[in-house]
Ligand binder design. Structure first.
Ligand code: MG
Length: 275
């Protein structure tokens, strides 16, 4: 009995030594390339690839005129309500009548006005001739509050997602709260057709010492179909690592100029009702 106990102990001891030597090596190997891990981790650590939301074909879309109490953020001809994120100079995205297109050379744009809780309507179009794949296929984004925190706010992803043909991690697909919340279903229109986001945003609130009092909440419809149902947002959108809050007050809405090589996305008919 004693011999067997000693043998079991030795076996466990040797196994744990072997594991201790193997485990750190496995952490440094990604995609067959050995590399040092950043202390913050790697982008892949926070990718979720399943479940893939079901495709839903939306009904006839009603591109509504704004209601009478809406703040018009864009209807046609100019971006007077927007500035460049970089230096707050006039927004230099390309306006073509009743829509405008991301200008990747000039970076993100944000609203001049700041908001807390609101209902937002915004339409977007992935170009018909879109190329590339994954996160490089029509990537932009609506930051529901643009902040000065490390991640710059909370991103509702814009990306080609038609028919689930563009393979990517589902917490980064169109309709996701980026790297947080997978959309319930996928009613995205095909490239070349206009999509509509309708968003209800409840801003986070903070205690005097900067800690979170209440987390943000988002409800999102894409093309009239509910895709985010009052989800609790865990923090600012981080490409790498954990999402965290940094205390802020009223904030602009920001549109993302993503650095991928695909043809830029267009937006139109943007209005907001304060809640
Ligand atoms: Mg994006």
């Amino acid at each position: 009995m004693l011999k067997r106990s000693i043998f079991s102990f030795l076996t466990l001891f040797i196994c744990s030594l072997t594991y201790a030597q193997v485990a750190p090596q496995s952490n440094t190997t990604t995609n067959n390339n050995v590399r040092e891990r950043s202390p913050r981790g790697n982008p892949e650590d926070t990718e979720v690839w399943e479940p893939i939301p079901n495709v839903v074909v939306p009904g006839e879309i009603n591109f509504n005129d704004p209601p009478s109490d809406a703040i018009i953020l864009f209807d046609k001809d100019n971006l007077d309500k927007w500035v460049s994120l970089r230096d707050e100079s006039p927004a230099k995205w390309v306006v073509t009548g009743d829509y405008f297109t991301v200008n990747k050379a000039t970076g993100d744009i944000k609203t001049k006005e700041e908001f807390t809780n609101y209902q937002l309507h915004i339409e977007f179009k992935i170009p018909e001739e879109i190329a590339h794949n994954g996160q490089s296929r029509g990537n932009s984004g609506v930051f529901l509050a643009a902040t000065n925190g490390n991640a710059g706010g909370y991103e509702l992803q814009v990306l080609d997602g038609y028919n689930n043909d563009n393979k990517t991690y589902v917490n980064g697909m169109v309709g996701s709260i980026y790297k947080e919340s997978i959309p319930l279903v996928n009613p995205a229109k095909k490239p070349g057709e206009w999509n509509v986001y309708d968003v209800i945003w409840t801003a986070p609130s903070f205690n005097a010492d900067g800690t979170v009092k209440t987390k943000a909440r988002a409800t999102v419809f894409l093309n009239g179909v509910l895709i985010q149902n009052n989800v609790e947002v865990q923090g600012e959108t981080a490409y790498i690592g954990k999402h965290e809050y940094v205390a802020h007050g009223p904030a602009p809405i920001k549109l993302q100029s993503h650095g991928d090589p695909s043809i830029p996305v267009s937006y139109r008919n943007i209005w907001l009702r304060k809640l």
